[in-house]
Design a protein around this ligand. Sequence first.
Ligand SMILES: Cc1cc2nc3c(=O)[nH]c(=O)nc-3n(C[C@H](O)[C@H](O)[C@H](O)COP(=O)(O)O)c2cc1C
Length: 373
Amino acid sequence: MSPALFTPIELRGLGLANRIVVSPMCQYSARDGVANDWHLVHLGSMALGAAGLMMLEATAVAPAGRITHQCLGLWNDEQEAAIGRVLAFCRRYGAPTKLAIQLGHAGRKASTLPPGEGGGPLGPEQRPWTTVAPSALAYDQGWHTPRALDVPGLMRIKSDFVAAAVRADRLGFDLIELHMAHGYLLHQFLSPLSNRRDDAYGGNLENRMRFPLECFAAVRDIWPGHKPLGVRVSASDCVETAAGESWDVEQTVAFARALGEIGCDFVDVSSGGLDPRQKIALGPGYQVPFAERVRRESGLVTWAVGMITGALQAEAIVAEGKADMVALARAVMDDPRWVWHAAQKLGVEVPYPVSYARAAPGLWPGASTMRLP
Ligand SMILES: Cc1cc2nc3c(=O)[nH]c(=O)nc-3n(C[C@H](O)[C@H](O)[C@H](O)COP(=O)(O)O)c2cc1C
């Protein structure tokens, strides 16, 4: 029987060769939101690795939605053309990997330094910009206090998501993930810790879900019917509060169900990022129980992510029905050939790019006596 991890899956009209996703990873290497040679080499290299799907890093739908000055954007023609160059390589040499983009808006967590430069809010000499959020509440002490969005501001951001999705379709992306996790703008609407609005977009769960659901529906409307659209969520803020005072897995299940009703094809289940008081017990597969619960209680296709590093570990998650797919970030950055090695371990063959075919262990001299680690 073929391993579950390498069993193809179909999301809407998109066939994926296996259940492995290269998780989105900000590179903080763009200029004015424009991809460059770094992105070509980084994504090009990972596209050769035979994952079912590779997702581009969080890509801002508007200038103020960037986390840093160095984040990718997709709101103008120059940015679109630069991503097109990267995709052309990935498509030409990276089959069978399908290509996805994560669209997002950083909200109150925008206007910061990249982690490699210390992170934290941009200082006055570092070209900071005004951040926006559901409410005028800073992420932490010393962070920029965001401007609370008025309704016209919300509609502008919704149309920014739509415009970026139109560009993503023109670029030939196979799938879009909307970033509703890690404390960025759409997560800020979901969580009562960051959303203190008293209009139709704040207060009870239905109201807090309204703007993320509106953005999803607007993108779904223009994104071609055969292409999958899903979201990344933080299943919990991981902040100890009384029930209902922060975002938690019960609300995530309700949100997933609501998304399912308007055509959501998958939920990529992460956690945290909204509030510096978070306490997360890190460990192998630490977010898998969240994915399992969302899958069981919403019936949606679910991806698990977070410290999934081993082939047998990933195989067990899918085979035991804890998630339909797994997304890997650091392990693939460490080993862009992770999927090849997982395939060897699990006894299946994956296609190698023709120029790399001799890397396949079966083609090495003495291969039959070689033992895999
Ligand atoms: C360098 C780096 C950049 C990341 N950028 C993003 C991002 O753009 N969007 C996102 O949703 N998560 C981002 N993440 C989180 C990863 O996608 C992933 O959820 C997290 O690293 C846990 O998975 P892992 O243990 O396999 O690394 C990033 C992680 C790393 C290490």
